[in-house]
Write a protein that binds this ligand. Structure first.
Ligand SMILES: [Zn+2]
Length: 300
């Protein structure tokens, strides 16, 4: 069976076709500019995968949409499938799911945040395979978190927004923070744009400045400590461009153990290297999660 997958990100849309094993068989990348410019190209791609001239086994049987947020993921809500109050003005209140349903007709569609989809991909085929309770945090231009609890993505009143956790300032750090809503929240202190503003250079040019990564690790570890104390996950996966700076992982693990301070003792914390781990699907976790979402929607 073939499934369509759309990973809608703030800078690019990845449109793909994959199968029930998570193999990606075809993909195109379309820049995210405005809905008027971007969506016709996205729709054209998926229409071509539903074309009547195709044999049935070459048509997609469903579409999974992994969307940048905040988004309305509450089925039954009037604005289900809409992008909400995003800083990307052109996309604010854009009805992503409805636009695709109107254009592509009656194929099963699943819709979730891009971070929840990344986690779904990792929980199905990657580093959280077989786990029911896990967290995925992406630390890039912004910071986002997805979580599954009991095998299901956490949505609740909206969906987790742990990128905006309140932080305690590291002593001596007087950076005001990058978040337009909160200043010095987790994203405000630790996202890629905050690193660049604080140190005057993009993260990729700061590899030889250990103090940058010490401070970064302290903020990430603070957030992880709060998240692990609240959600009690079996694994925390860290992805996103900032985490490509490999020396961050050991520092983050060290400070998480320091902040937890032996208050809890679990086999996961004793195996910290596998408890706090990188994504395993080489950047394809979001698209693969969207394939899984499409498969689940088609099976309903
Ligand atoms: Zn914030």
């Amino acid at each position: 069976m073939l499934y369509g997958a759309l990973e809608a990100g703030g800078t690019k849309m990845i449109c793909a076709v994959g199968n029930e094993s998570g193999q990606i068989l075809d993909q195109v990348i379309i820049p995210t500019t405005t809905p008027d410019e971007t969506m016709p190209k996205v729709i054209e791609y998926f229409k071509s995968k539903l074309d009547d001239s195709l044999p049935d086994d070459e048509k997609i049987q469903g579409l999974g949409i992994a969307c940048f947020g905040p988004v309305d993921v509450r089925e039954g809500s009037k604005t289900y499938g809409n992008i909400l109050n995003t800083p990307k003005i052109a996309w604010r209140n854009f009805p992503m799911l409805k636009t695709l349903k109107d254009a592509l007709g009656d194929i099963p569609m699943g819709f979730d945040t891009n971070v929840n989809c990344s986690l779904l991909g990792e929980a199905t085929w990657g580093s959280a395979k077989g786990l029911n309770d896990a967290v995925y945090i992406t630390i890039g231009i912004g910071i986002g978190m997805g979580a599954i609890s009991g095998g299901n993505p956490i949505h609740g009143m909206l969906h987790p927004e742990a990128g905006h956790l309140m932080m305690s300032r590291v002593p001596g750090d007087d950076y005001k923070g990058h978040c337009p809503s909160h200043g010095a929240c987790f994203e405000g202190m630790a996202c890629g744009l905050a690193i660049e503003e604080r140190w005057g250079k993009p993260a990729r040019e700061l590899g030889d400045r250990p103090e940058v990564w010490e401070l970064e690790a302290k903020y990430i570890a603070q957030a992880i400590t709060d998240i692990l104390l609240i959600l009690s996950p079996q694994k925390i996966i860290l992805g996103g461009g900032v985490m490509n700076h490999a020396p961050l992982f050991p520092l983050v693990r060290k400070y998480v153990l320091e902040y937890v301070n032996e208050y809890i003792d679990t086999k996961e914390l004793r195996n910290i290297n596998s408890f706090i781990a990188p994504a395993a699907l080489n950047g394809y976790q979001g698209v693969m999660g969207a394939i899984k979402l499409a498969e689940s929607a088609a099976a309903e």
